[in-house]
Design a protein. Structure first.
Length: 350
């Protein structure tokens, strides 16, 4: 959208938000308020830039009669380029999901028990990062391994205002590889194993309409490590979305109803992600950013314990503070991916 269109939209939103009738509908007021907040930095920067340009013109005219104004003109001129650059960044098209919370699935892959233990390390990393950001986390479903790792774990992460979780963690999807001496290794040899991470923007019911007639719901008994039954009732739930074949299972909660609600949350998120991926592919595969085109089967990051090194293969990021990263210090890694996406979008809209 062009700048003049955004300015017009902002002015219209300002008028509508001043109308008491709008606030009678909380959902409408929330939608308008969110969009207004998104546009405010653009409008504020534009107005500041226009103000500096006007002051510069006036200072230059005054400098022709009084040389004392020449220094002021130089100072004002120096402010223009940074403001223009900031406005250029703010005008980059936003990811429509950036304000959303997420559902993340971490799955053990190659490497058996070691992979399951690594999946547990990844879960702890994301939980600690969320804690640092002040986000709320909720384990929706988990299948433990015998040694205390996870065969499969699903976690919901919610922000408390500000940017959504998706804007930070949308780059985490893919295969994460670990290189270390496993606890199961008696000879001290370094092994390589992997775990898969899937990230979906959490879908509201209004985002995805699911026809109950399209669902097949099966119930079964929850199981723990080693496959043993952990309760005596059929409380675990498996939901199959017949039109797409997507299957979701949940067994974390004690009641069948709670597990069904959790499974529906995951199903909505998966269906929303599928619909958006199909729309993007239909529009043009070439227009996707380099850090969003990573296939989910592709290795995205390596965690090398002997060298205390973390490497993100998509943008060439490398650091030797793996211990800190696994303790939730993900900021630099995520910033490198964000910067790469921003640079690509700037180049595309140059």
């Amino acid at each position: 959208m062009k700048l003049d269109e955004l300015l017009g939209e902002y002015a219209e939103l300002e008028q509508r938000l001043a109308d008491p009738a709008v606030h009678a509908d909380q959902n409408l007021a929330r939608t308008f308020g969110k969009r207004y907040a998104q546009l405010t930095p653009v409008v504020t920067t534009y107005r500041e830039l226009e103000g500096v340009r006007a002051d510069l013109q006036a200072a230059r005219e005054l400098a022709e009669e009084d040389a004392a104004f020449a220094a002021e003109a130089e100072e004002l001129e120096a402010r223009i380029a940074p403001l223009e650059e900031r406005l250029r960044h703010l005008l980059i098209p936003r990811d429509p999901n950036d304000d959303k919370d997420i559902i993340m699935e971490i799955k053990a892959g190659e490497g058996g028990e070691e992979s399951a233990l690594f999946a547990g390390d990844l879960l702890r990393m994301y939980l600690r990062y969320a804690e640092r950001e002040g986000w709320k986390t909720e384990i929706i479903d988990a299948q433990h391994s015998d040694l205390g790792g996870y065969k499969d774990v699903t976690v919901a992460v919610k922000a408390k205002g500000g940017d959504g979780v998706w804007s930070h963690l949308k780059y985490e999807g893919g295969v994460h590889r670990v290189q270390r001496v496993p606890v199961t290794e008696s000879q001290g040899r370094i092994h390589t194993s992997a775990a898969g991470v899937l990230v979906y923007p959490e879908a509201e019911e209004v985002d995805v309409q699911i026809d109950p007639n399209d669902l097949r719901v099966d119930v079964f008994r929850s199981s723990g490590p080693g496959g043993q039954s952990v309760n005596t009732t059929d409380s675990a739930v498996r939901i199959t979305h017949v039109p797409t074949g997507v299957v979701v299972s949940c067994q974390n909660e004690k009641s069948q109803l709670q597990n069904k609600e959790s499974a529906l949350r995951i199903l909505r998120a998966r269906l929303l992600a599928m619909a958006q991926e199909q729309a993007e592919a239909a529009a043009s595969a070439e227009r996707k950013s380099q850090v969003r085109t990573v296939d989910r089967s592709e290795r995205v990051r390596t965690y090398n314990f002997p060298e205390n090194r973390i490497s993100d293969h998509r943008v060439g990021f490398k650091a030797y503070n793996l211990d800190q990263v696994l303790d939730g210090e993900l900021t630099a890694v995520i910033q490198a991916l964000t910067d790469a996406e921003t640079a690509e979008k700037l180049a595309a809209h140059a």
